[in-house]
Design a protein around this ligand. Structure first.
Ligand SMILES: Cc1cc2nc3c(=O)[nH]c(=O)nc-3n(C[C@H](O)[C@H](O)[C@H](O)COP(=O)(O)OP(=O)(O)OC[C@H]3O[C@@H](n4cnc5c(N)ncnc54)[C@H](O)[C@@H]3O)c2cc1C
Length: 397
């Protein structure tokens, strides 16, 4: 999702851009455009609008106008209303498949980007002046490409990151996110629920169809049991953990599990290579920020390279790292501390968390800060987030 967004952002620049993707976007095996639903904040909406694809994405999106945060079996809860912050919505939920279809349709129609798909990067050699990439094509053949810059948008276990010699830290949360769409007896209408239950945090997000999607973070053995049980048993267990705020849970779709860990590259770039999206940082989905953050990586990188005579120059890559540092650090710390705070079942932690939720509900500045989260944690808003074209001399795509 992040690499395709960057390629689209660069479409009207004079740069020669090649997007290399191993799995066709329409394939059931596509790991990025899969069955998950992504919550896009207003910052992401603005970037996608600047890329000219928001109207098509919005056609498959549902608005989140209220966020309800609660702790199962406790008194504390917080309710945030978008209208109180003069926002039409806090964000929008869209299926990854729909995002993928829209991004790739735009890439295919506006043919300035060379699309190598399906094609797999086998090897990357980075030099001082250029990079060499060896690619396996679907035909069984291989080809080599030389580039001024290689952008690693190949996910948490990025081959490009390894080839660049960039180390990364990997802390396993010991949790699996169980993802499924569910139907309740009351159609979803703009309310997203974040609930901290005994077995792990869960989010119920509204979908355009009136159904919900759930993301439930669980111990791996518990997730495995819930993935394997019957639909009615799963609905019962979910109801018991979530409660009745969204009505009776009637039916669940296919359940998929994602092992959760915090993977963080120790450097944002190397000679002739830059890291964006999950290749730079893969977060726990508790705050639904991974793609939102990755899209800001792409927007800042696009802005810097669109203006450069040499898009892989060392000075440019160090500027990129500097501009992204505060946002990355802030979002990683915010997400990680939420996982730890809400994963702690000790009595003192539960009590202070509940007090925290109550105070948060009474505290407008704290709520305002959360409402602004989708603009990131600093480092200067990229032009695309401000609705501006990439560079003054290029028209908005
Ligand atoms: C359960 C769950 C729910 C989430 N919900 C949200 C949410 O609500 N909001 C949000 O902002 N974020 C969310 N996220 C995070 C979000 O999904 C990721 O941040 C996002 O997918 C990152 O995208 P990416 O493009 O960087 O990497 P990926 O999605 O991992 O994509 C990498 C791409 O690179 C390709 N690739 C890999 N290796 C090669 C190679 N050698 N050659 C060619 N191509 C290759 C792959 O085929 C793939 O298409 C969630 C994550 C999870 C696990």
């Amino acid at each position: 999702m992040v690499g395709a967004s960057l390629a689209l952002a660069l479409q009207d620049t004079p740069l020669k851009v090649m997007l290399i993707e191993a799995v066709e976007p329409e394939s059931a095996a596509q790991p990025s455009f899969d069955d998950r639903t992504t919550a896009l904040g207003n910052g992401a909406r603005r970037i996608l609008n600047s890329l000219g694809v928001w109207p098509q994405i919005a056609a498959g999106a549902a608005a989140i106008r209220t966020i309800h945060v609660s702790d199962a079996g406790r008194f504390g809860f917080a309710r945030l209303e978008a209208a109180e912050h003069e926002l039409a919505a806090f964000g929008y939920t869209v299926s990854n498949r729909h995002i993928g279809a829209v991004l790739w349709q735009a890439l295919r129609e506006r043919a300035r980007v060379c699309l190598a798909c399906p094609a797999r990067v086998l090897e990357v050699q980075l030099g001082a002046d250029s990079a060499q990439v060896r690619i396996a094509e679907a035909s069984g053949g291989e080809r080599r490409v030389q580039a001024a810059l290689v952008v690693a948008a190949d996910g948490a276990h990025s081959l490009v990151k390894q080839a660049a010699g960039i180390a990364s830290s990997d802390s396993d949360y010991g949790q699996v996110a169980l993802v499924a769409n569910v139907r309740t007896d009351r159609a979803a209408s703009g309310v997203a629920y974040e609930r901290f239950a005994e077995n792990g945090p869960m989010a119920l997000l509204p979908l355009g169809s009136g159904h919900y999607t759930i993301v439930w973070s669980l111990a791996p053995d518990r997730a495995e049991t819930l993935q394997a049980c019957s639909c009615s048993q799963f609905c019962e267990q979910l109801q018991a953990a979530f409660g009745w705020r969204a009505g009776r849970i009637l039916q669940s779709g296919r359940r998929a599990g994602y092992r959760l860990s915090l993977v963080r590259a120790l450097e944002p770039a190397a000679s002739r290579a830059a890291l964006i999206g999950n290749a730079a940082q893969a977060l726990h989905p508790i705050a639904a920020q991974g793609f939102n953050l990755g899209l800001r990586d792409a927007a800042v990188l696009a802005e810097l390279i669109a203006a450069a005579s040499d898009p892989g120059a060392a000075e440019l890559l160090s500027q990129f790292g500097a501009r992204r540092a505060a946002d990355r650090r802030g979002m990683i710390a915010f997400t990680d501390s939420l996982v730890k705070l809400f994963g702690d079942r000790r009595a003192a932690a539960v009590a202070s968390r509940n007090l925290g939720l109550l105070l948060f509900d009474l505290n407008p500045p704290a709520k305002r800060a959360l409402a602004r989260l989708s603009m990131g944690f600093g480092g200067g808003l990229p032009r695309l987030s401000r609705g501006l074209p990439l560079l003054p001399r290029f028209p908005a795509p």
